[in-house]
Every structure is written in structure tokens, then in C-alpha cells.
Design a binder for this molecule. Sequence first.
Ligand code: NAD
Length: 271
Amino acid sequence: MSHNLLQGKKGIIFGALNDQSIAWKVALKCHEQGAGIVLTNAPIALRMGEINKLAEAINAPVIGADVTNLSDINNLIEKSVEHFGGKIDFILHSVGMSMNMRKGNPYTDLNYDFTLKTMDISSISFHKVMQAAYQKDAMNDWGSIAALTYIAAQRVFPDYSEMADAKALLESIARSWGYHFGIKNKVRVNTISQSPTRTTAGGGVKGFDGFMDFAEKMSPLGNADADACADYVVTLFSDLTRYVTMQNLFHDGGYSSTGVTQTVIQQMEKQ
Ligand SMILES: NC(=O)c1ccc[n+]([C@@H]2O[C@H](COP(=O)([O-])OP(=O)(O)OC[C@H]3O[C@@H](n4cnc5c(N)ncnc54)[C@H](O)[C@@H]3O)[C@@H](O)[C@H]2O)c1
């Protein structure tokens, strides 16, 4: 249902890989609310071709960019401003990848070359995107920038491994840039800490099903799904949240504030 919450706004969405991706749902909902969009993903993801279906559905150009590559990012920002014929109102960073997880290396036996790559892709890339937009003066006043994160930045989830550290850095980068972009031209920067969600990246975490089931039982509202996450992102890109900045916002059905639930107690008592 459209309320035209983003009518006339223009934004860049990183990270739509397939129709399970959180970014995919965000792109659909932003379009539904009247926004113009540029889609971007890594060259390897573009070769998979799925993103073209989304691009067609929402009439958006796809501009490839490896988030670790500064010249790709600069090109993306410049081409987006050119495409929109003006500055940008919102950016979604929905990118994450752990090299060590992919190779099956546990937290106690990390390959540090992989760790640096993980940080570059999952965290420092957010800094690079914002620095490029800042230096090119590409954001409209009262714009909004958001990235997706996970509660493992605050609490230990052993199998989330080095991504926990990557998310902690990502959240810190959001706070720091929230300051600088706020002073510059009232642009807000936040991270959204989402429930476990069945996607390609999510499924890469060891024991994901158990993880998801546990979170479901520990959340009074149940896990928030990707569609609900997309709804929340739309509010952050709308003019209704203009003074929310430098926050890590939990979108998790109450999980982050819950010590235990009756369901979990009952399950423990059964054993
Ligand atoms: N799925 C979950 O349970 C969950 C929970 C909380 C937060 N998140 C976060 O949500 C975000 C989106 O993940 P998702 O779950 O939608 O999975 P996804 O696999 O659909 O999205 C991850 C995206 O990152 C992109 N990417 C990887 N390396 C890249 C690079 N070098 N350059 C450009 N793009 C690159 C991939 O192509 C992909 O589109 C991630 O930051 C993830 O950590 C996911």
C-alpha cells in the first residue's frame, strides 16, 4: 500500500542479490512509496543476473561497484547524481561477507588476510561510501543513510565469528559519520539491527536454523522478516524520522530487551 512517503526522493540501494535479499525488499518498497532508485552490487553478483529482474520491475539502472574499490564507489556516486539529475536523498548499505566463515575457519583460528577483507567489505566500505558522497557534496539536506547490522556487535554469538567485530565497527562508523554529515547538511546516519533472516548471507552462518528458532522463541513479537525490515527502512528514509541519527536501531521483535520468555523456560523444563 503506497502512502507516497518517498515521493520525489532518490536513493542508492546496495546489496540486492536475489529476491530473498533484504535490499531487494527495500528497493521494492521504496519504489512503491514513490522513490527513484539506483541499484548497485559487486560485479560478480551482477554476472549472476538476478538483479536485472528487480531493475526492470522498478525501472532502475544498475551500476556495478565493488564496495572495497574507491574508484568504483566514486563512479557510482557520480553516475547516480547524473542519472537523477540532482543530489541523493538516501543510501542503503546492505552488504556483508565473512571470508573466514566462508572458508570454515573458526574465530579461534582466523586467517588475518581474510579478516582484513571481511572488514573492508562489511564495515570500511560504509565509510568509503559516505566519504565519497560527502566529498562530492552528493547528499541533499535532510537526507538519510542506513546500514544493516546484527546484535552480535553487542553480545556474543560464537558462530557469528569475525562478523561480530565487523558489525561493531560498522555501527561505530555510522555514529562518527552521523556527526560529520549532520553538521555538514543535516544528513542522518543510522544502523538497523535486524532479526536473523533467511537470505544468502544469513544462511552462511553456521547453525542458522537453530539460531533463527531460538531468536523466534526469545522475541515477544517473533522474528522480524525481510519485508518488515524494508517497511522500517522506508520510515527512516521518509521525512517522518528527520531527527533520528547516530543510532543503532533494533528491529527484532523485542529480542534485544528480553532476558527469557515463557516458551524458552518451558522448553528447558521439558529436558
Ligand atoms: N540475514 C540475516 O540474518 C541478517 C541479520 C542482520 C543483519 N543482516 C545484514 O543485512 C545485510 C544484507 O544481507 P542479506 O541478509 O540481505 O544477504 P544477501 O546475501 O542477500 O546480501 C549481501 C549482499 O552483499 C553483497 N556484497 C558482498 N560482497 C560485496 C562487495 N565486495 N561489493 C559489493 N557488494 C557486495 C552481495 O552481493 C549481496 O548482495 C548484511 O549487512 C547482513 O550482515 C542480515
